[in-house]
Design a protein around this ligand. Sequence first.
Ligand code: SF4
Length: 260
Amino acid sequence: MGCNCGKNQSSNPDGERASANLKQVQKKRMEPPVNRPTFPQIPQLTEPRHRTKLISPPPKLRFTSTEEMMDRMNRGLPPTSPDSGIEQNTSSKQESNLESEPVKTPSFVDKVKNLGKSVASRVTQGKASEDLIKLRVLSCHGDGEVVPCPYRSASNTREGAYFCTACGCGDKPRAFLNDPDDSGAYTKLDYPWVSCPVRMPGFGDYKPFSEETQEAIDKLPNGMKRKQLTEVVLTARGIEIPPAYEPVKTNGDTNDSSES
Ligand code: SF4
């Protein structure tokens, strides 16, 4: 019989239970490990992780072939359809597009060279011929059939005036492509030799679309696409496009501004 003094633990039922539990735990530890079910392993990347583009790039512009355009015009249709070739954007839409897609303007050196050629041509020859000016007006402003140039923008300083955002001359009176108050005023389009970044018909550095390099087309795709359309329309109208011409040379300059 126990005396409840705590000396004889074996007679204590709590102590016996604790001792039994301890023995069970010790026994379990000695048992071989149980093969528990495992979760499927997540495969580890062995290749470097590449960032996935969440925003897909804008689709490449689709060019309608010159032959297709000519064929459409011969059938009395507009040169392009809504699902092919150039879009018939409104000029305000085109101007707003420019804000999101700024174009690369010619380098400072090229701008100085072009300006020098234009000024020299004005000094020595006065003014371009009417036919040349008409072609330039079509190239920049378009007409009922040819949309305005995507790089033409309304001036923020003078209502009704437009300037070229691709040539880098800026929104300045001397660079305006028109004079809204005086149709007879001398504007940028009146210089005997003047450069166009897209090398459009009528400009001193005109280059046919068929001779443009892919690199040049990729640089100003909207303008190049429109040049192709303009050439088709002019051909259909029986208007001959004069080739690029040599401006008056200044300090050894030539007419090679194709990189501008
Ligand atoms: S890119 Fe050429 S056609 Fe277009 S606005 Fe400028 S000068 Fe005119």
